[in-house]
Design a protein. Structure first.
Lengths: 324, 268, 349
């Protein structure tokens, strides 16, 4: 219980600090004033409420969403090394966005096309798997890898045709990911991601059973196909929705669930809430670094992988030692 | 009325018949053991009974209700199943594994209620494994793992318990401990048990009824004492078997003296 | 079987070793690596750097171009492709596509037997690879350097291509412009306004700026035009910035290179407190056609970009200066085109 309290407190402190740091200097006092609604309408308030708040909220949502998608994927694919883009959704969504950039389509169009391609990638993976071993886990994972590779190469081709001066840097930055253009305009996406996280949170007990073999789960009264489809759909929506706005944010969906399991064990009833909180904090901190480290913006994907890879190595070692 | 009845069950796998005309009836508190060599169709029959496979012809009824009329969830409230191999990929604690038995009673968007947790603890107590409850499942020994899995099936609160080779991978002592527990549960809780075994001696000691299968067909069916005989064993396992029997003990062993099997062993 | 396998492996390595050593011997005996001080002038040259290509037309050296950066798809030249095709309508058809700065088609370059290749100064590894095959590489700064570097490089190309006269003419023209702007700005000691150059104001809400930390041409243009480049600490040619950065820098002028328009910046409610938006000082750099990159901040037109920036940001100082006339002179002298025939888009004071 104390653990949750500390994490909650940590989250609130980081949230407030994130609101107060940024390129444009705002004293912490003013941040508190804005939060308590006693600040007159001025530039400080605009920066906090209309630039930093949506960005921070979305960073938290994407962090939680990708982490929870990773945790649930790891359960239903019965493999702790699985990440949310195992079925090619991230690459599909990235390709959609690249196409939209090439065609100079506006922001909403980009989001829609990117989201659609993300979903399409997963459907493609399913169709490929279905023809083989009746959508078994292994078949799905293999066809997911194939679909991911296909879209990666398509992105490569698209890059080739891109205008090197305007579109290519856009594409490169977009794929590396950034929260720099998050505004309140994307509130529908925020709600979608929030709802998906909520449903997975509620399903967290059944995730435990879904990590058993299909036969075992069916014997325990679980319609495993339906459960698996639901989880895959929700995770796909979360990943596609986040990728369609901030680009590919790697590693987080892989590491955070491990971090949560390191703290609390394997029971998803505890792992999922912890994953949500840690994922939010992790990506929020990463984004704070991305927007404050240099003049201008660092791609978020670089920071999550830079922080993620060594962290993962550490977690892996600790877990091996714990087992020995 | 029988708790579990199988009538004229047939099962084909890509045109090849695996089960042909299987019949059995199990009443409450009864233990039925399925005996037969590897590949004779024991596991297929068990999967048909549990509902993991659909029999092509014939009827499987649980409490008089055809199994196909039940939803997956309702079926799991009547029949629990212990697979040959456990399938845990994550280091769950023993308590969590037992609690998973309550899944049929937990809604898809809910987590187990306090009542479910109580039932899980009760099952743990029945099997006397409270000392293991906090350990991770994968760190346990084979015998302990089986006990935990039995506790899980018990927590499922079903009237029928199906076990696929519960003595698999167990040592001499643990085989007895596990089967003793199963017998205890069956008699105490009036649960009907269907299991498959490889050792006719254990089958004779612990079961009421026996079904012998050979090449997917029922070779013999009836009370354990009447069925486990030298003649039936010879027929089913296709080797000569000697039966030593006294008032206290029963033992069937393959015939070794002077026949080809013994010679082969010498040569190796 | 095992013995045969071992023999095979041994023979393989033997043959490989002989081949390798003989190859090494060859390259060392050939060793045509260009010394920096010896001149390798010639009549055939391949251009790998899109930013350098227009300059060969400016100094009238286009007839010697045997290969051009077509990006493997025979693309219309990215920089001022419209002007190039006006001057040489068959250019794309008759010239061989040799890839692009980082990924040249080296076999094709070898086949063309050029006297030298012109490539970007940042493609160091590629340049080494090309020189390894005995073809000298002449580097060109383009957008990745100061104006002085650019002028020097044009003069260098003039010498190598034997078009010294025309190149000197361009160098002189550009130097005159620099000193003209410098003199006028120094005559009237005005405060230097802050400028943000958005190289791309995308429809996706993201903004790329051309920073100045590695000395970009844009940075130099802004500074030579008497302004302060607010994004001078953002690394690289294209740095991603957020709305908050713009609010912090609070530039007096926002200049849009490509992508969106002044209207899209005015519409952005988050930017309404910045000086540029408050005073309606957001301008789009003029472009002269449909080429992928044809605005006045492109290296070959940076002289006009410099004049335009100076006039836009110092309207009083450059009040009497006629930008249209200067543009007309540029297009007539170096491209033989009438300014009135060009479709100029963007803000033209």
């Amino acid at each position: 219980m104390i653990r949750y309290f500390i994490l909650g407190l940590l989250f609130i402190i980081i949230f407030l600090l994130s609101l107060s740091i940024g390129a444009y200097y705002i004293p912490f006092k003013v941040v508190l004033k804005v939060i308590f609604g006693v600040c007159p309408q001025n530039l400080d308030k605009t920066v906090i409420l209309n630039i930093r708040l949506p960005r921070i909220l979305f960073a938290v949502l994407v962090g939680s969403g990708l982490s929870v998608a990773g945790a649930s994927y790891q359960s239903i694919f019965k493999n702790p090394l699985v990440s949310p883009d195992i079925l090619g959704v991230a690459n599909g969504a990235a390709f959609g966005a690249v196409v939209a950039i090439l065609l100079n389509i506006n922001f909403y169009g980009l989001e829609a096309i990117s989201f659609t391609f993300g979903i399409l990638a997963v459907i493609l993976a399913f169709l490929m798997a279905k023809n083989r071993i009746n959508a078994s886990i292994l078949g799905l994972v293999i066809s997911g890898i194939v679909v991911g590779a296909l879209f990666t190469s398509l992105i490569g081709i698209a890059k080739y045709f891109a205008d090197t001066n305007n579109q290519l840097p856009q594409i490169v930055f977009w794929i590396l990911g950034s929260f720099s253009f998050v505004t309140w305009n994307i509130w529908p996406t925020m709600i979608v991601i929030f709802v998906c996280i909520l449903i997975i949170y509620l399903m967290r007990w059944h995730l435990n059973v879904s990590s058993l073999s299909d036969e075992d789960a069916i014997a325990l009264g679980v319609n495993i196909r339906l459960t698996r489809m639901t989880i895959i759909t929700l995770s796909t929506i979360i990943t596609a929705a986040s990728v369609s706005i901030v680009g590919i944010v790697g590693w987080i969906g892989l590491i955070v669930p491990h971090l949560a399991r390191l703290i609390t064990g394997s029971d998803n009833v505890k792992v999922i809430p912890l994953t949500i909180v840690i994922g939010g904090i992790f990506l929020l901190l990463s984004d704070d670094i991305a927007r404050n480290l240099i003049s201008g913006e660092l791609p978020i994907g670089i920071i999550t992988s830079l922080a993620g890879a060594p962290l993962f190595a550490y977690i892996y070692r600790t877990r091996i030692e714990a087992h020995e | 009325m029988s708790r579990l009845s199988v009538k004229n069950a047939y099962f084909n796998y890509s045109g090849k018949p695996i089960l042909e005309n299987i019949n059995l009836d199990v009443y409450k508190g009864e233990i039925l053991t399925i005996l037969g060599p590897n590949g004779s169709g024991k596991t297929t029959l068990i999967k048909c009974i549990v509902g993991l496979l659909n029999s092509d012809r014939g009827e499987i009824k649980l409490d008089g209700i055809p199994i196909n009329n039940l939803s997956i969830r309702d079926r799991a409230k009547i029949i629990s199943y212990l697979p040959q191999e456990n399938s845990l990929h994550f280091p769950f604690s023993v308590f969590n594994v037992v609690l998973m038995g309550r899944t049929p009673y937990v809604g898809i968007l809910k987590k187990p209620m306090p009542y479910d947790i109580e039932v899980a603890w009760m099952s743990i107590d029945i099997l006397d494994i409270r000392n293991l409850a906090e350990k991770t499942f994968i760190s346990l020994s084979g015998g302990e793992k089986k006990l935990v899995m039995i506790a899980r099936t018990l927590a499922q609160g079903t009237k029928i318990l199906i076990l696929d080779e519960p003595t698999n991978h167990l040592d001499f002592k643990n085989q007895f401990i596990i089967l003793n527990k199963i017998k205890y549960i069956a008699k105490q809780k009036n649960i009907c048990v269907v299991m498959s075994l490889h050792d006719p001696n254990l089958a004779r000691i612990f079961s009421d009824k026996v079904l012998m299968i050979k090449n997917g067909k029922a070779a013999a069916y009836g009370m354990a004492k009447d069925i486990i005989t030298e003649k039936n064993l010879n027929n089913v396992y296709d080797i000569e078997i000697d039966v030593y029997q006294s008032n206290k003990a029963f033992m069937a062993v393959p015939h070794l003296n002077g026949n080809s099997y013994g010679e082969e062993i010498d040569r190796v | 079987m095992k013995r045969i396998l071992i023999l095979f492996v041994f023979v393989f390595f033997l043959v490989h070793g002989i081949a390798y050593s003989s190859q090494n011997g060859q390259t060392s005996s050939r060793n045509i690596k260009p010394a920096a001080n010896t001149l390798n002038t010639g009549k055939r040259y391949a251009v790998l750097f899109p930013m350098a290509l227009p300059f060969l037309f400016i100094i009238n050296a286009q007839n010697g171009i045997v290969g051009y950066p077509g990006f493997g798809i025979k693309a219309i030249p990215y920089f001022s492709g419209n002007l190039i095709l006006e001057k040489e309508p068959n250019f794309v058809k008759k010239t061989v596509d040799i890839g692009y700065p980082m990924e040249p088609n080296i076999e094709m370059i070898m086949k063309l037997h050029p006297n030298f290749v012109i490539n970007s100064n940042f493609a160091r590894v590629t340049n080494k690879r090309i020189e390894h095959f005995g073809i000298p590489v002449i580097t060109f700064s383009g957008g990745f350097g100061t104006i002085e570097q650019l002028i020097k490089n044009v003069a260098k190309i003039g010498i190598y291509t034997n078009h010294t006269k025309q190149a000197e003419k361009y160098v002189k023209y550009y130097k005159n412009i620099i000193s003209y702007v410098y003199k006028l700005l120094n005559k009237t000691q005005t405060k230097r306004p802050t400028v943000l150059y958005l190289s791309y104001e995308g429809p996706h809400g993201n903004k790329l700026t051309s920073g100045g930390r590695f000395n970009t041409l844009v940075n130099d243009i802004i500074q030579k035009a008497g302004c302060i480049n607010v994004s001078s600490k953002v690394p690289g040619m294209f740095g991603l910035i957020s709305t908050e950065d713009i609010i912090k820098w609070n530039p007096d002028y926002i200049i849009i290179g490509a992508g969106g328009s002044a209207e899209s910046i005015y519409k952005n409610k988050l930017l309404k407190y910045t000086n540029a938006v408050k005073n309606k000082k957001v301008f789009k750099v003029p472009t002269d056609g449909n080429a992928k990159y044809s605005n006045w901040y492109a290296p070959e037109k940076s002289s006009l970009g410099l004049l335009w920036t100076a006039k836009v940001t110092h309207p009083k100082v450059f009040k009497s200066f006629d930008l249209r006339q200067a543009a007309a002179f540029y297009y007539k002298t170096f491209w033989g085109l009438d300014f009135s025939n060009l479709q100029i888009k963007g803000f033209l004071p």
